[in-house]
Design a protein around this ligand. Structure first.
Ligand code: ATP
Ligand code: MG
Length: 140
């Protein structure tokens, strides 16, 4: 199994409810190692740039407003099949459709305020990690 890295974001609904430790515990229990982590408050321009792939979607403006509504925790997770593993642990985008025991099932407030982001491919993970972190900040 390949050791991969993926970009994770604990979203503003999670920081607001003081859930970052509980979510990190889920990630670590799933075999993912937090090899970089920082808390930041995204500007509108930064959130628009990060979610540029969704700019034509009807929910884009609301998503940017939500992602700038409070602090987030950006992190690099490392482990076997980290991209897929993280998405498994997060569960489906819509918490109503997420499997029992997943982060989104247990913590998300809505399809938008769904507590966590995870890269959806190794290629996007590399781009997203570069968006938030310099190489010197990632300590495996
Ligand atoms: P993420 O990219 O955050 O890991 P995802 O890959 O499961 O989530 P995407 O389709 O990439 O889902 O959507 C990005 C984010 O946009 C979702 O996590 C959610 O916060 C928001 N979103 C997606 N679909 C909707 C929708 N129909 N209504 C409102 N917000 C949505
Ligand atoms: Mg996505």
């Amino acid at each position: 199994m390949p050791i991969e890295r993926t970009l994770s974001i604990l979203k503003p609904d999670a920081t607001r409810r003081n859930l970052t430790g509980q979510i990190n515990a889920r990630l670590e229990a799933a075999g993912l190692r937090i090899v970089a982590q920082k808390r930041l408050h995204l500007t509108t321009a930064q959130a628009e740039a990060f979610y540029a792939v969704h700019r034509e979607r009807g929910f884009f403006r609301d998503l940017v407003t939500f992602m700038t509504s409070g602090p987030v925790v950006a992190q690099v997770l490392e482990g076997e099949n980290a991209v897929a593993r993280n998405r498994e642990v997060m569960g489906a985008t819509d918490p109503a459709k997420a499997a029992p025991g997943t982060i989104r099932k247990d913590f998300a407030e809505s399809i938008e305020a769904n507590s966590a982001h995870g890269s959806d491919s190794a290629e996007n993970a590399a781009v997203e990690i570069g968006f938030f972190f310099a190489a010197i900040e990632i300590v495996g």
